[in-house]
Design a protein around this ligand. Structure first.
Ligand code: NAD
Length: 356
C-alpha cells in the first residue's frame, strides 16, 4: 500500500477529456492494488492565460515540485495564436521541463498487434510487436546553446551553438543503458560523429560507461542512416539514445511508423524520481469537446508514470494489458478505426476500466 501525490495538468483542447479518462484508470489501479493516489489539478497553457494572465503560474511549478509525478494532457490552441511568443501556451511546457530538471525524454514507439494495418510501411518490413524506445536528451544541445546574429564571411549571418558536457552525456546515457537492460539489451547511439565534435564526445562517454552495463550491446549509427533504417528496418532498434535535436526529429518519425498519434505516451525524467508524463500528441482543437479523442496515449502515460516515477511495475503492466485486451476485442476510437465503427472517448475509457 503506497501513498502518492500526483500533480495533474489537464491543459487545453482535448486535454481535460483524455486526462479525465486517465484519472479514472489511475483510481481503478489504486483500488485494485491498494494505493492512494492524491491528485491535484493545476493550470498551465491557454487555460492558465485565461484564468491568471500567464501560461505557467508559480503555484503550478511549486505543486509539481512537491509531487511524486506530473500527468499532463496537452496545451495550446488557435485561441491563443496571437499571444506574444514568450507567453504562448507551449512555453509552459519548456519552462516546466527546465524548472523540474527534466533532462531525459522517453518516447516509446509501439505498434500494437491489432493495429498493424495502421502502419504506413509494407507489412514485410515491420516485425510483429514492433517496440522501439527513443531516449532523447531534453535540456541541452543546440536548442539551449548560444545563438545570435553577427557579421560573417558572406555578410550578415545567424548561428546556433551545439554544446554538451561530459556530465550531460553521462546522465542521459545512464538512463538509456538502464532502459536497455530492462528491455532487449540493445542500445544504439545516434549521432553525426563523422562531422560533429559533440558527437565524438558522446561516443567517448558511452564507451567509458559501457563496462558498467556489460549485458547491453552498444552500437553507433549516423543520424542520416538512422532516419533511413527507421523506415527500412525498424525492427533493428531496441533503445535509441540521442541528442536533443536528432531526438526531436527521429521520435516523430518513429511515431509515424506506428501509424497513430493517439496511441503513444511519453515520459520526461529528472535526476530523481520526479517525472512528467504526457501523450505525444497536441491539444487537437479540431475535435475538442466532442467526445472523439483517443484517450489511450494518456492512459498509457499513466502506466509510464507508475513504472518510472513510482516503481510500480505490476500496476503499470496491468494498464498496458488492459489496453491490449481492449484493442484485441476490436474496440476503436475514430482515429484508429480506419472508417469502421468507432467509440467515443468516454466509452473507450470505460472499456479499459472494465478490463482492469
Ligand atoms: P495535434 O497533435 O493536436 O493534432 C494533430 C492531428 O491529430 C489532428 O487532426 C488531431 O485531431 C489528431 N489527434 C491528436 N491527438 C488525437 C487523439 N488523442 N485522438 C484522436 N485524434 C487526435 O497537433 P496540432 O494540430 O499540430 O496542434 C494543435 C495544438 O496543440 C497547437 O496549439 C500545438 O501548439 C499544440 N501542441 C501541444 C503539444 C503538447 O501539449 N505537448 C504538443 C504538440 C502540439
Amino acid at each position: 500500500m503506497g501513498e502518492y501525490r500526483i500533480a495533474v495538468i489537464p491543459g487545453d483542447g482535448i486535454g481535460p477529456e483524455i486526462v479525465g479518462q486517465a484519472l479514472l484508470v489511475l483510481e481503478a489501479v489504486g483500488r485494485r492494488f491498494g494505493h492512494a493516489f492524491h491528485t491535484e489539478k493545476l493550470l498551465a497553457g491557454g487555460c492558465a492565460i485565461d484564468a491568471r494572465g500567464e501560461c505557467l503560474p508559480q503555484e503550478t511549478i511549486d505543486t509539481c515540485l512537491k509531487s511524486d509525478a506530473v500527468l499532463l494532457g496537452a496545451v495550446g490552441g488557435p485561441k491563443w495564436d496571437a499571444v506574444p511568443g514568450d507567453q504562448r501556451p507551449e512555453k509552459a511546457l519548456l519552462r516546466l521541463r527546465e524548472r523540474l530538471g527534466l533532462f531525459a525524454n522517453l518516447r516509446p514507439a509501439i505498434l500494437h498487434g491489432p493495429l498493424k494495418d495502421a502502419c504506413p510501411l509494407k507489412p514485410e518490413l515491420v516485425p510483429d510487436g514492433l517496440d522501439i524506445l527513443i531516449v532523447r536528451e531534453l535540456t541541452g544541445g543546440i536548442y539551449f546553446g548560444a545563438r545570435g546574429r553577427r557579421e560573417g564571411k558572406y555578410g550578415p549571418e545567424a548561428f546556433d551553438e551545439e554544446a554538451y558536457s561530459v556530465f550531460e552525456i553521462q546522465r542521459i546515457a545512464r538512463v538509456a543503458f538502464a532502459a536497455a537492460q530492462k528491455r532487449h539489451k540493445r542500445l544504439c547511439c545516434v549521432d553525426k560523429a563523422n562531422v560533429l565534435e559533440t558527437s565524438r564526445l558522446w561516443r567517448e562517454v558511452l564507451e567509458a560507461l559501457h563496462p558498467e552495463y556489460p549485458d547491453v550491446k552498444l552500437e553507433y549509427m549516423y543520424v542520416d542512416n538512422a532516419a533511413m533504417q527507421l523506415v527500412r528496418d525498424p525492427g533493428h532498434f531496441d533503445v535509441i539514445v540521442t541528442n536533443n535535436i536528432f531526438g526531436d526529429i527521429l521520435s516523430d518519425e518513429a511515431s509515424m511508423v506506428t501509424g497513430s498519434i493517439g496511441m503513444l505516451p511519453s515520459a520526461s525524467l529528472s535526476a530523481g524520481s520526479l517525472g512528467m508524463y504526457e501523450p505525444i500528441h497536441g491539444s487537437a482543437p479540431d475535435i475538442a469537446g466532442r467526445d472523439l479523442a483517443n484517450p489511450i496515449a494518456t492512459i498509457l502515460s499513466v502506466a509510464m508514470l507508475l513504472r518510472y516515477s513510482l516503481g510500480l511495475e505490476e500496476e503499470a503492466r496491468s494498464i498496458e494489458d488492459a489496453v491490449t485486451q481492449v484493442l484485441e476485442s476490436g474496440a476503436r476510437t475514430a482515429d484508429i478505426a480506419a472508417g469502421g465503427p468507432a467509440l467515443g472517448t468516454r466509452e473507450m475509457g470505460a472499456r479499459i476500466l472494465a478490463c482492469l
